[in-house]
Design a protein around this ligand. Structure first.
Ligand SMILES: [Mg+2]
Length: 374
């Protein structure tokens, strides 16, 4: 089987909640998504998506995905899409880094592989672990009471995990308001619920230490991505008793090995396009597993196709290490594909259909913005 044609599509995905706010005053209202369709000489095709979380989240941006595809697509034309490590080797030879550009090709190849084998992608990634995967809520920064109410709304919908966004600037209330936000969100905590306080790399160690000193003992939560650099993170780590999960700092196998070597964290946030596709996310998951780290499986937003990749990865991740997955569909107001994995009681299960199990809506996709042919 050979890749004979690669098509790229572009779709704007408005944020479903109006304005999404992250630490440091960053705001997002719409996400620029790139989709890749791979067509083989057998007639089978596969789809992948890469939607960076704006240009200020990590070193990834939407036009960079499409510029990267210009370098990558010619390198994989003619290759067997089922040979995923070889596909990734060829992409690495054509372009260093740029995980967000490699992701839609990698994911589309997994989709083809699954269709060719007659198996869902989760089975190819190690095997389905039956049952629904629990999804995490995303509680944007707001007043403590508004955030408490938002947690309650998600609790009513069945969510057992909540990602609470913190990292207020001093003028906004700084560590004091962050401490109030965490306490408000945990105030009605039920047994089995899991809370992240996610600063998205937006705090100094000084901010984090002041915040932690303001909290009473015994609050059960994990601090996610407190600081923007390894130095700051390691400094905080030595002086803090709260478990730490790293996200933006961990983007590759090397980063996970570095985190383990320095004992920098207790868990990692695996985002499919941040880690470089399903092939690399699986490698990083296995390294994390061997080190006894927990993991969440997410992406840097995205629509139905990004969620399909997330769900197949999460569905094959051992439950003892899996700390929730993200339903990116709930973040955007556009549906790009039919994907039979409804959200029920805060969870979803990957379908049994071969491949990812997605059927893209070609009216939404429109005409390709680029085509490469062997
Ligand atoms: Mg995060």
């Amino acid at each position: 089987m050979k890749i004979k044609r690669i098509e790229a599509y572009q779709v704007d995905l408005p944020y479903a909640g109006g304005v999404y706010r992250l630490s440091g005053g960053r705001t997002y209202e719409s996400f620029d998504a790139t989709f890749v369709r791979i067509v083989t000489d057998t007639g089978l095709d596969g789809w992948g998506e890469s939607t960076p979380f704006g240009s200020t989240y990590i070193a990834a941006h939407a036009r960079g995905v499409r510029a990267g595809l210009e370098e990558l697509a010619p390198a994989v034309l003619g290759m067997d899409p089922r040979q995923l490590d070889r596909i990734n080797d060829a992409m690495d030879m054509a372009l260093m880094g740029h995980h967000h550009a490699k992701t839609p090709i990698d994911v589309a190849c997994w989709d083809v592989f699954g269709k060719a084998a007659g198996m869902p992608v989760c089975d190819l990634l190690g095997g389905r672990i039956p049952g629904k995967v629990a999804m995490i809520s995303s509680i944007g920064s707001d007043t403590p009471e508004a955030m408490r109410a938002n947690v309650a709304r998600h609790r009513e919908m069945g969510f057992m995990g909540h990602s609470v966004k913190i990292g207020a600037e001093e003028a906004e209330g700084g560590p004091m308001i962050d401490a109030e936000r965490i306490q408000a969100c945990l105030a009605d905590r039920r047994p089995g619920e899991w809370f992240l306080a996610d600063a998205n790399n937006g705090m100094t160690p000084e901010h984090a230490l002041r915040l932690l000193s303001l909290l009473p003992e015994g609050l059960d939560f994990v601090l996610e991505a407190p600081c923007p650099t390894w130095r700051e993170t390691l400094s905080l780590r030595q002086r803090c008793r709260v478990p730490i999960l790293l996200d933006e700092l961990v983007q590759s196998e090397e980063d996970i090995i570095h985190a383990i070597d320095r004992d920098a964290c207790d868990g990692v946030g695996l985002k499919i396009s941040k880690q470089g596709g399903l092939t690399r996310t699986r490698r990083q998951r296995e390294i994390a597993r061997a080190a006894g780290l927990v993991a969440s499986v997410q992406d840097t937003t995205g629509s139905d196709i990004a969620f399909a990749a997330i769900l197949h990865m999460a569905q094959s991740t051992p439950r003892h290490m899996l700390r929730q997955a993200l339903d990116t569909r709930s973040m955007v107001s556009v549906t790009t594909a039919a994907f039979d994995a409804p959200l029920q009681d805060g969870g979803a299960e990957a379908p049994d259909a071969p491949g990812l199990g997605v059927t893209p809506d070609m009216d939404v996709m429109g005409d390709p913005v680029a085509v490469w042919e062997a």
